[in-house]
Design a protein around this ligand. Structure first.
Ligand SMILES: Nc1ncnc2c1ncn2[C@@H]1O[C@H](COP(=O)(O)OP(=O)(O)OP(=O)(O)O)[C@@H](O)[C@H]1O
Ligand SMILES: [Mg+2]
Length: 307
């Protein structure tokens, strides 16, 4: 079987409300699949159906060929998946080492507390009580707990929400290392930068539906729009030597070229032309389309709190 996870026509209703409204995707082994969407898009609900925490209203989920709605399959699945939930409640009184030992016992494996703590940057905090750890530290511990039994498939729900740049980098590096070791990872996030950096494929979810799915670069190429080069220069007007680069517009004193081509080359040609006609440049600006541009074009919305 070449797919670690297969989700087909998944629907999850709460009463009449379709939190997940017919989602289909597949995650190949050894890849990172990013579910990107705003608050309430249906990311957590999708994940819950994948790990057997919620029963689909209709549609199907297979994780490593197993059906999480069947108790026997779920029991076989559990030791092979690792889950970092959006909100993990850890025993407040216990310390880091004790929690890792407890989880090892649950999975029936030898604890690797020191090694796991080290991997998530908590090597010096083994004796720290949970109650005395920051939110970001607790999340990194939650990742260690999801990893200790060496699962083949990982589900990470907003793993870096609220983390500082340091914690985020530790987690990103660890997730990439896991993928390179052949693990399959589903990651939900509303951080565009995180989705772009980590995902082999991104699936954009909006109101319970998939509105686009592709590798990040492809989403940008398909939906991100034109690159632009803007110039403000006394005495400037686009001339014949710039024909064919794209479409020019003038707003106030600023000329803007929208181009499908390489904006760096366009910029160089524009500077050469400005010099040839003796125009004095006061400002020059280049913008390549980003995943954020693509996201806005796809959903008609900005991502909200990630801004
Ligand atoms: N148990 C529930 N009962 C009723 N509605 C629910 C329940 N759980 C989730 N919902 C609704 O389903 C929708 C999707 O929720 P979900 O938690 O999957 O979103 P999400 O994409 O994970 O959002 P976030 O980024 O805020 O975590 C939301 O509108 C939410 O209010
Ligand atoms: Mg969520």
């Amino acid at each position: 079987m070449d797919q670690a996870i297969v989700v087909e026509q998944l629907v999850k209703r709460y009463g009449d409300f379709p939190a997940v409204d017919g989602i289909t995707f597949a995650v190949p082994h050894g890849t990172i699949f990013g579910l990107l969407g705003r608050n309430g898009a249906g990311k957590t609900t999708t994940l819950e159906c994948c790990i057997g925490l919620g029963k689909p209203t209709s549609g199907s989920v297979r994780v490593l060929g197993l059906d999480p709605t069947r108790a026997r399959d779920l029991a076989r699945m559990r030791p092979r998946i690792g889950v970092q939930l959006q909100a993990t409640s850890l025993p407040e009184k216990a310390n880091v080492r004790e929690v890792l030992v407890l989880y090892a016992a649950y999975y029936g494996i030898a604890p690797r507390a020191a090694e796991m703590a080290e991997r998530v940057g908590l090597g010096d905090k083994l004796d720290r009580q949970i109650a005395q750890m920051s939110g970001g530290e607790q999340q990194r511990l939650a990742l260690a707990l999801a990893l200790q039994h060496d699962p083949d498939v990982l589900f990470l729900d907003e793993p870096t929400a609220g983390m500082d740049a340091f914690g985020r980098r530790i987690l990103w590096n660890e997730v990439e290392r896991l993928r390179d070791a052949g693990k399959s990872i589903v990651l939900t996030t509303h951080y565009i930068e995180e989705a772009e950096r980590l995902s082999d494929r991104i699936c954009v979810i909006q109101r319970g539906k998939i509105v686009a799915e592709a590798p990040p670069a492809e989403l940008v190429a398909r939906y991100g729009g034109d690159a632009t080069v803007s110039i403000v220069a006394d005495g400037f007007a686009p001339g014949e030597s710039l024909d064919g680069l794209g479409t020019w517009t003038l707003a106030g004193a600023k000329w803007t070229l929208a181009t499908r081509g390489e904006p760096g080359l366009a910029l160089a040609a524009i500077v050469t032309h400005a010099n040839e006609i003796g125009a004095t440049i006061t400002s020059l600006d280049m913008h390549r389309p980003t995943l954020e541009d693509a996201f806005i074009a796809i959903t008609g919305e900005t991502i909200g709190e990630a801004e």
